[in-house]
Ligand binder design. Sequence first.
Ligand code: SF4
Length: 197
Amino acid sequence: MSMDGLDVTACEQCPALCESRSRIVNGTGPADADLLFVGEAPGEHEDEQGEPFVGRSGDVLDAALRDAGIARDDVRITNCVRCRPPDNRDPHVEELANCRDYLDAEIERLDPSLVVTLGKVPSEHLLDRSIAVTNEAGDTFDARVGDTSCRVLVSVHPAATLYDRSQEETFETTIAQAADLAGVGEGETGQSRLGEF
Ligand code: SF4
């Protein structure tokens, strides 16, 4: 594994993605964050800036975090694959598999109270089954990660709110729920409520 701590520093496992990427986009945020958000893959802006969830999707995520009383700097944000797919296509199954060890290592290192999967691809990737995200948004499940497990909260992708305004409330409610479950955000005691579920 070409991984230095939480960062992948050199990796050429996915030939197509090595062609399309400008850089490897690693996760951002504290290595001991209680909340970890997992997206699908870097897009154009992420590839340019070397950071996950910037651009319009990032703005939507930032606004929902703010509304939930969470500082973006206090959470960790990463992706299932760390290199931008060509033409923004979905990552292929083998690319997701190639990058899985990095994601598992990041989750194991963080040991977060809660992992929030942003959209269909990360939800299906971590829960290893087909998911109807709009129906299951706000539901929590246990996911196997390496030799351990983590609690996953399914969310719609922030970009979904840009194309379908009816998803806005679902997204904001899920992010507020994430803050509550992980015991982070304004007014929270720092005590995770996951044991109650
Ligand atoms: S997507 Fe992941 S596994 Fe594939 S080349 Fe990039 S860092 Fe390596």
